[in-house]
Design a protein around this ligand. Structure first.
Ligand SMILES: [Zn+2]
Length: 257
């Protein structure tokens, strides 16, 4: 995405995980149908965020370039239901969509007036099987409301972190040589959690505007900052839209043999 006042561009960071249960995606970014019908599927936000909407950049094309078929993707875990995170689910009609029950409530079942405008129901009108989870009880690195999605595969954990949306979650994946915590839109820029680099003005302005619950967004920043500053050697923390974190993650995605 290329907001006018924000070089460098924002990426849509998607994880693809090979499991014994097929391929699993964490988020999808925009999909091919978003490219073909952006007015209905992406909505007015596209004029601000200016996604490139290029078929070649979609998750399905990238999965195919890795040598897989779209039907190899059996499960998609969504951090939340904003258009730039689930637009690609219709490219994987065989996949089950996993998210929190609170997110389904806010986006699908019982949206408020604002949520009706925010979320783009055209993106799930193909009728995917949506599996709702209620993370509670289990712990993950100090986060109290987590749930390991063992029905998909061991080592994939849904961590409830509402704030950006009603049922936003982070997804932790055990990649073997390390864990990756995909934080979705719980933060947008490394400066928010490392306390060093400067957060661009566009992000400082947009983040509270996009928040379902501003106080919780700030609380989440504090918690993620604490986790980040612990610098656990076996943990990589990334958000959905930062290009530098994406490049760092991609360069080290597979353990060196
Ligand atoms: Zn986003």
């Amino acid at each position: 995405m290329h907001p006018r006042t924000l070089p460098p561009p924002l990426v849509c960071h998607v994880l693809v995980v090979e499991t014994d249960n097929g391929l699993v995606l964490v988020d999808t970014g925009h999909g091919t149908q978003d490219c073909d019908d952006p007015g209905r599927r992406v909505g007015p936000g596209r004029h601000l965020f200016r996604p490139s909407l290029d078929h070649d950049e979609t998750a399905v094309r990238q999965v195919e370039r890795l040598g897989f078929h779209r039907d190899d993707v059996r499960h998609i875990i969504a951090t939340h239901f904003d258009a730039d995170h689930i637009g690609g689910i219709s490219d994987f009609p065989e996949a089950q969509i996993h998210t929190t029950a609170a997110e389904v409530s806010g986006a699908v079942r019982n949206p408020s007036f604002q949520e009706k405008i925010r979320f783009r129901s055209a993106q799930w009108e193909h009728g995917p099987k949506i599996v709702e989870h209620t993370p509670d009880g289990e712990q993950w690195r100090g986060f109290a409301a987590a749930k390991e999605l063992t029905d998909i595969a061991p080592g994939i954990v849904l961590v409830s972190l509402p704030g950006h949306t009603r049922g936003h979650a982070c997804i932790a994946v055990d990649a073997g040589h390390r864990w990756v915590l995909h934080c979705g839109d719980a933060f947008y820029h490394p400066g928010t959690i490392d306390g060093q680099s400067t957060v661009p003005r566009f992000i400082r302005v947009m983040e509270p505007i996009l928040a379902f619950d501003r106080k919780r967004v700030l609380d989440n920043h504090a918690r993620l900052s604490e986790l980040y500053r612990r610098r656990d050697q076996d943990l990589l923390v990334v958000c959905a839209h930062d290009e530098s974190q994406f490049e760092q993650a991609r360069a080290t995605a597979v353990a060196k043999a």
